[in-house]
Design a protein around this ligand. Structure first.
Ligand code: NAD
Ligand code: UDP
Length: 316
């Protein structure tokens, strides 16, 4: 029987490379596209000899051409860390708009299922807590995070337009803060930052007073949720995936200081503009529709991530 083929954009990134592993393990043929703006060959080197794995270096904000049958297109290409998208706002807007248009075009041509990686950032600095999928959000379109938030809001809008106009089989996952092995040490997001700082006896840089909250999901839980969503039927509206355990940033810093033997202490730095004050997913829909829930507690997931960051290879 012919193996089903999945195209993964952003397939050399943190989440994208874990998806490549999962889908190859489940018996799919995987075509991974990435321009390495934030991803790395390191994340997929172990797959390059697999007969069902193809990697193409390609910027998906330009036209995407793939020969042969494609059954699924998973659009994960985007800058994702605030540090990255603040440095490169135009590539961020392009990959969320032009990149999503191209990925949809590929899925349409191939009559493939299309799955968009969206984000909890579509809720902006939320006035409703926890955030259910029905909440429309509180986003500053012209603030410094607008390049990311609005690119993803546009991506959701064009995905729904393709679904409604062309009757395409689409999915939208709103991912809440996810962490784990293969995040870049210098990615800038809070978990890799604090782990790197603790492992190197540097001060943990808590922004503001550290009272803002986030809900952290371990990568294996997220990947299982995405896989179930990909195989589901008739879930066209966005679905939240994340871990509802909610922590202040100062609690996260203290937890990391408990796990890592270190000389580090906590220092306070200015809070970046438009930094959301609270974030926790309402995952009622995912529980019901996918029979999914996260299993890895923050302490356990952090311990696994810290072990991975301790390997000398993680530094390069
Ligand atoms: P990442 O930076 O590790 O991965 C993104 C990948 O996309 C990188 O490999 C990058 O090189 C690639 N990419 C970016 N622009 C591209 C382009 N124009 N053409 C081809 N490749 C391009 O980040 P991640 O955390 O793995 O995020 C993956 C996806 O999940 C993103 O769409 C992100 O918005 C979404 N997401 C992630 C989180 C999270 O907590 N990790 C939360 C919400 C949403
Ligand atoms: N943060 C912090 N110190 C850091 C990096 C981030 O206090 O070194 C804070 C940041 O201000 C935000 C939270 O941690 O409130 C999560 O930031 P991250 O960049 O991981 O993702 P976000 O959820 O903001 O997209």
């Amino acid at each position: 029987m012919r193996k089903k083929t999945v195209v993964i954009t952003g397939g050399a990134g943190f989440i994208g490379s874990h998806l490549c592993d999962k889908l190859l393990g489940e018996g799919f043929r995987v075509i991974s596209l990435d321009n390495f703006i934030t991803g790395s060959i390191k994340n997929i080197r172990h797959l390059l000899r697999e007969k069902d794995f193809i990697f193409k270096k390609h910027n998906v904000s330009g036209y995407i051409k793939i020969k042969g049958k494609v059954d699924y297109v998973l659009h994960f290409a985007s800058l994702a860390s605030p540090v990255d998208y603040l440095r490169s706002p135009i590539p961020t807007l392009k990959v969320g708009s032009l990149g999503t248009h191209n990925a949809l075009g590929l899925a349409k041509e191939k009559k493939a299922v299309f799955l968009l990686a969206s984000t909890s950032e579509v809720y902006g600095d939320p006035l409703v807590h926890p955030q259910p999928e029905e909440y429309w959000g509180n986003v500053n379109p012209i603030g410094i995070r607008g390049c990311y938030d609005e690119s993803k809001r546009f991506a959701e809008a064009i995905t729904m337009a393709y679904h409604r106009t062309h009757r395409m089989d689409t999915r939208i996952v709103r991912i809440f803060n996810t962490y784990g092995p293969r995040m870049r040490v210098k990615d800038g997001r809070v978990v890799p930052n604090f782990i790197y700082q603790a492992l190197n006896d540097e001060p943990l840089t808590v922004y503001g007073k550290g009272l803002q909250t986030r809900s952290f999901c371990y990568i294996s839980d997220l990947i299982e949720g995405i896989y179930r969503l990909m195989l589901s039927r008739n879930i066209f509206y966005p679905l939240n995936l994340g871990n509802p355990g909610e922590f202040t940033i100062i609690e996260l810093a203290k937890l990391i200081l408990k796990i890592v033997p270190t000389e580090s202490r906590i220092i306070l730095k200015p809070l970046p503009e438009d930094d959301p004050k609270q974030r926790r997913p309402d995952i009622g829909k995912a529980k019901k529709m996918l029979k999914w829930r996260p299993h890895v507690e923050l302490r356990e997931g952090l311990a696994k991530t810290i072990d991975w960051f301790k390997r000398p290879a993680a530094l390069y």
